[in-house]
Design a protein around this ligand. Structure first.
Ligand code: EPU
Length: 438
């Protein structure tokens, strides 16, 4: 059977890669008040892909307005799904999905879309998905995805930039991941949903986004147990038994961390609402060690107080969850740059996630990169400068740096930022920051 060929419409993404817009920040304004975080990018994108696992409608709530969400919607529509985005709710009717091919023109915009491979294979026993291509922060291999799908019985080939997977039938099996990769855990877990029998993934990623994804699949009629631990068990169910579901997206823990670090960079005291503190203990513990006061209520409200605090430098090693998240190391760097003493950030997840260091140096930070570590010696203050975001979290780190710096900072490369933050400057402005987009 040949996949249906469909015309590829240009992605309906609200920003243009050639965009030279910039965020301008007058530094030195303390943050006060309360702010509400949105749903997690890294959870919702995978749940949108999981919606392919039924002929019915999956409604996702608490969805952030991100260019990545719009891009994922474009990819699902290209596959034949009907996707409606209405404020913070996304409705995906997957009854009309009639293609199992996700082309380079779309996948190259959004690495997370590679996770359609597992659901398409589970549903059609056939999938052809483009390799996502280059990435600024590291190599981002897919060997574990490939091996896991082969263990389930798929024939997986990489040809002309595409991964093609096919299977007469998928049969549950036990497997061990050499490292707890999020993407591999997700692709294998989703492929196993409609396989025959039981699949056990050992050394699975334990991130809360995996739990949200498993909850979503279970709400759709799947049977996944153990998500959030190192061992996930998936009992295969027939595709015909999958049904409608309504699922809430978990809070974005990286957005929560971003506001905590923004508060530390400027001083002040803020309440972060709609969070889940249980997901952030490694981060809260570092923030406290540096000298910020943190109180947790509920646990969906976090108060952070840093008025007149001179922070102490600290060391961070990024690790798979529940270790310190790689997605937040860049955000700590501008605060470490003005903390007492020397801080060391060791990056163990990606090979090249220090692109923000050179931009921070332009703002007066004393940062030296040695192999996979950044050595940051505290200076009195950072100074505003024109800087450019090289990736999503680097962009947020430069905004945090600008909020605390003396004078004006202009941040370009905003297409990266808009992939993962929903109205960041508007939320910061509501806390008293002087920040605007031009
Ligand atoms: N890896 C392999 N082989 C594989 C898969 C991964 O060697 O088959 C390696 C990667 O090369 C990387 C490491 O394992 O060095 C971690 O990769 P993982 O698969 O866990 O990451 P991911 O699923 O590609 C997600 C997030 C990232 C986040 C990482 C780690 C999404 C869309 N992305 O990526 O988020 O940094 O997990 O927590 O969920 C971000 O939001 O800014 C971001 C980059």
């Amino acid at each position: 059977m040949q996949p249906k060929t469909t015309r590829i419409d240009p992605p309906t993404v609200p920003n243009d890669p050639q965009d030279d817009s910039r965020i301008i920040i007058q530094g030195g304004r303390q943050l006060h008040g309360s702010v509400r975080v949105g749903g997690a990018k890294n959870a919702v994108l995978k749940m949108m892909a999981a919606a392919l696992l039924s002929k019915h409608t999956t409604v996702l709530r608490n969805v952030p307005n991100l260019t990545d969400v719009h891009m994922m919607a474009t990819i699902l529509r290209q596959l034949g799904a009907k996707v409606d985005i209405n404020r913070n709710e996304v409705s995906i009717d997957a009854s009309g999905v009639n293609s199992w091919e996700a082309p380079y023109e779309l996948v190259s915009h959004l690495r997370a879309s590679f996770v359609v491979l597992g659901p398409l294979l589970s549903r059609f026993r056939e999938a052809k998905v483009s390799l996502p291509g280059g990435c600024a922060i590291g190599e981002r291999k897919i060997d574990l995805h490939e091996r896991g799908l082969k263990i389930l019985g798929a024939d997986v080939r990489i040809d002309h930039g595409y991964v093609t997977a096919s299977a007469k039938k998928l049969v549950g099996a036990r497997m061990y991941l050499d490292r707890p990769s999020n993407g591999a855990t997700e692709n294998i877990m989703l492929a196993a949903v409609c396989a025959e029998g039981t699949t056990i993934i050992e050394n699975a990623a334990q991130d809360p986004e995996i739990v949200n994804l498993a909850d979503c699949v279970n709400a759709m009629g799947g049977n996944i147990q153990g998500a959030g631990t190192y061992q996930i068990t998936i009992e295969g169910v027939p595709f015909e038994e999958m049904h409608d579901a309504v699922v809430d997206t978990m809070p974005d823990r990286v957005e929560v961390g971003t506001f905590m670090l923004a508060c530390m960079a400027t001083g002040g005291e803020i309440l972060i609402e709609g969070a889940n503190a249980h997901h952030l203990y490694s981060v809260i513990s570092k923030v406290q060690e540096m000298g910020a006061e943190v109180a947790i209520y509920a646990p969906d409200v976090i108060r952070i107080k840093c008025e007149n605090t001179k922070f102490k430098g600290t060391d961070i090693t990024t690790l798979p969850y529940p270790g310190f998240p790689t997605d937040l190391q860049a955000l700590f760097m501008p605060v470490m740059a003005v903390s007492e003493g020397t801080s060391i950030v060791e990056e163990t997840i990606y090979e090249n996630r220090f692109m923000h260091a050179a931009e921070l140096r332009r703002m007066g930070a004393d940062v030296v990169i040695k192999g996979n570590a950044a050595v940051i010696k505290g200076v009195e203050k950072l100074m505003g400068a024109e800087v450019k975001a090289s990736d999503l979290r680097a962009g947020a780190a430069l905004i945090v740096a600008g909020l605390g710096a003396e004078g004006i900072t202009e941040v370009t490369g905003l297409r990266h930022l808009d992939r993962g933050y929903d109205r960041l400057e508007e939320k910061l402005r509501s806390l008293g920051a002087e920040i605007w987009r031009r």
